[in-house]
Ligand binder design. Structure first.
Ligand SMILES: [Zn+2]
Length: 319
C-alpha cells in the first residue's frame, strides 16, 4: 500500500468512524426525539453574526477576516443541514474556527466535518479530554465513542480568556462544574452577544450531567458568571431554545436558587430521590418548563458529591 492508498484508507476509516459515531448516538434526553425532523431557525443578531436555533441545541456563527467563527456545531444528525444554513448566510466563506462549549454530542456533531476541512477547534481542556476517550455516562447508561483525532480540539485552555481570530477578539469564560466540567460561554464584545453553552436551557429543564462533572451548585455559579457579563442590551443565546434577554436570565436564576434551596433542605432531611420527586419541589414551574422528573433526579443526585446529608455515616464515624 503506498502512501496515497494509506491516506485514502485512513480517510475511509475516519469516515466510517464518523458515521458509526453518528449511528451509535442515541438521544439520551427525554423530549429530544423531535430531532428527527430538522427545523433550523436563523436569527440575525447583528451584521455578520447569526444564531441558528436547532432542534436540540443552538449554534452561533460570526464572520471575521479569517473566515466564519462558529460556537458549537449541533448534533451529527443535523450537521449537514446546519453547515448548508451557515453557507447560505455567509456564501463561500470557510469556517475557520469552531468553539465546543462542552463535550456533548449536541454540540460536537460538526467536529468531524469541520476538522477535516481544517477549522481550528477550540475548547476547554476537560472537553478535549472527554472527546478523546470513550465516555460511559452512568446516569443514562449510554457509551459515547471517542472522536477521531482530526475532530478533536487543537486549541485548549484551562481558564477564562480571549483569543484573536482574524479581526475579532472573542472572549470565553470557564464555568466550573456546571452542566459538565468543561463548560464555557463565548462572548462577542463588539456585538454584545453572549453564548451560554449548556449551562442555560431555554426550552425546558436543563440536564445536569453529574457523571462528567456537572452539579446544580456549579450551575448557579455559572449563572452568576453569565449575569456579570451581560447588560440590558446583551443578546443571550442559550444552549437550547429562543434567544434571551438579561431579565429572562435573571428570572431563571431566581427559579434555580429557589429549587436549590428546596433540594438541599431535602438532602439534609435524608430524602431519597423518590421522596424528592413526590414532594414536587418544582410544582409552580412545571406548567412552563415541563415534566421535571429527569431534571430533579439529576439535580438532586448531583448534590451527593458536594453536600453532606445530616446522617452521612462518614461524618458520624469521624465524630
Ligand atoms: Zn449538554
Amino acid at each position: 500500500m503506498n502512501s496515497r492508498e494509506l491516506l485514502d484508507s485512513r480517510r475511509q476509516l475516519l469516515k466510517s468512524a464518523g458515521s458509526l459515531a453518528a449511528s451509535l448516538v442515541a438521544l439520551p434526553y427525554a423530549g429530544l426525539a423531535r430531532a428527527q425532523a430538522v427545523e433550523l431557525e436563523t436569527v440575525r443578531l447583528a451584521d455578520g453574526l447569526v444564531a441558528v436555533i436547532g432542534p436540540n441545541a443552538n449554534v452561533v456563527a460570526a464572520d471575521s477576516t479569517d473566515g466564519i467563527i462558529m460556537v458549537d456545531g449541533g448534533h451529527a444528525s443535523w450537521s449537514g443541514a446546519l453547515l448548508r444554513t451557515i453557507d447560505d448566510n455567509f456564501p463561500g466563506r470557510p469556517v475557520s474556527a469552531l468553539f465546543n462549549t462542552h463535550w456533548h454530542t449536541e454540540q460536537t456533531g460538526s467536529n468531524l466535518a469541520l476538522g477535516e476541512r481544517g477549522a481550528r477547534i477550540i475548547a476547554h481542556e476537560n472537553t478535549s479530554l472527554w472527546l478523546g476517550t470513550e465516555v460511559w455516562v452512568r446516569w443514562s447508561d449510554i457509551r459515547y465513542p471517542p472522536l477521531p483525532e482530526i475532530a478533536r480540539p487543537v486549541t485548549t485552555f484551562l481558564d477564562s480568556g480571549s483569543i484573536l481570530l482574524g479581526d475579532r477578539e472573542v472572549g470565553y469564560g470557564y464555568m466550573r462544574n456546571a452542566h459538565t466540567d468543561g463548560d464555557v460561554c463565548v462572548l462577542f464584545p463588539r456585538e454584545n452577544v453572549l453564548v451560554t453553552g449548556g449551562v442555560v436551557s431555554n426550552d425546558g429543564w436543563p440536564v445536569i450531567d453529574w457523571w462528567t462533572g456537572g452539579w446544580l451548585g456549579g450551575m448557579l455559579d455559572g449563572f452568576d458568571s453569565l449575569l456579570a457579563l451581560a447588560d440590558e442590551n446583551t443578546r443571550i443565546v442559550p444552549g437550547n431554545g429562543p434567544v434571551m434577554s438579561l431579565a429572562e436570565l435573571r428570572s431563571q436564576h431566581e427559579m434555580y436558587l429557589t429549587i436549590f434551596d428546596r433540594l438541599q433542605t431535602m438532602l439534609r432531611q435524608s430524602f431519597g430521590t423518590e421522596e424528592v420527586l413526590a414532594a414536587a419541589p418544582t410544582a409552580e414551574y412545571d406548567a412552563a418548563w415541563g415534566d421535571p422528573e429527569q431534571f430533579l433526579t439529576l439535580a438532586f443526585e448531583s448534590l451527593w458529591g458536594h453536600l453532606r446529608d445530616a446522617h452521612d455515616t462518614r461524618l458520624r464515624n469521624i465524630a
